[in-house]
Ligand binder design. Sequence first.
Ligand SMILES: NC(=O)c1ccc[n+]([C@@H]2O[C@H](COP(=O)([O-])OP(=O)(O)OC[C@H]3O[C@@H](n4cnc5c(N)ncnc54)[C@H](OP(=O)(O)O)[C@@H]3O)[C@@H](O)[C@H]2O)c1
Length: 255
Amino acid sequence: MELGITGKRALVLGASRGLGRAIAEGLAAEGAQVFAAARSTDKIADWSADMPNVTPMALDLTDHASISALAETLLADGGVDILVTNSGGPAPGPAATTERAAWITQFEAMAANIFDLSAQLLPGMRERGWGRIICITSSGVEQPIPNLALSNGIRSAVVGWAKTLASEVASDGVTVNVVLPGRIHTDRVDELDAAAAKRTGKPVDEVKTASAASIPMGRYGKPSEFADMVVFLASERASYVTGSRVRIDGGSIRS
Ligand SMILES: NC(=O)c1ccc[n+]([C@@H]2O[C@H](COP(=O)([O-])OP(=O)(O)OC[C@H]3O[C@@H](n4cnc5c(N)ncnc54)[C@H](OP(=O)(O)O)[C@@H]3O)[C@@H](O)[C@H]2O)c1
């Protein structure tokens, strides 16, 4: 299938590793001009060393000045056609005791700054009559994950924002969709499994086996399997898909 995104300009956030990196690689493989953003631009430069259509961009989502600087640089050069929003995962914790300051700090990094960056990049998409915004959230927006109050709460705000935006820009040829990873095998998931092993005193292999067994497919997803769906949503072929929540979870969500 020809995806029709050769030469499209794509900005992928959180692209130094994990899901963001896999998406940036997938878009680049389809011929897009990819701007891969994160704090660790050295890591992006490493994985993209032999990919001339990938440009590392510095971005700190906790710093609004960094958002404005990135938008300014990209707009001066023609804007972007495809925006994939992504961020680091917040610290775990219960809803009952998560402090106000943590809500505010994380909301800024995972939601408000992403909304603002999108608002700055949207006018160009609307004028050109073509655009794609894809937001990485979590299965927790449909089935809240215990002890991840910040993630469940703030990502649900992203879903509400994206659905509202999708209706506003649909007639301009801009689609807005949300993707829900279940358990995709990234460095972060390895770190979470190692932390769970330490907390419970169980061997990490036992933790991983139990976690995989809870997924109907019986395994974690591969970053490339996740990226394939995002690249499709970013493509010309997905022109009639908007305002949707797409699960990429091996059947994990039980509703
Ligand atoms: N993997 C899964 O199965 C899964 C499931 C549900 C939800 N999620 C969520 O999906 C997102 C991506 O997952 P992942 O597994 O790929 O996580 P990851 O391996 O930790 O990658 C996170 C990415 O975000 C970047 N990042 C972190 N803080 C940032 C900041 N302040 N400014 C700019 N970039 C920042 C990191 O780069 P730098 O550190 O270089 O900035 C990195 O590239 C996370 O929010 C995660 O919680 C993942």
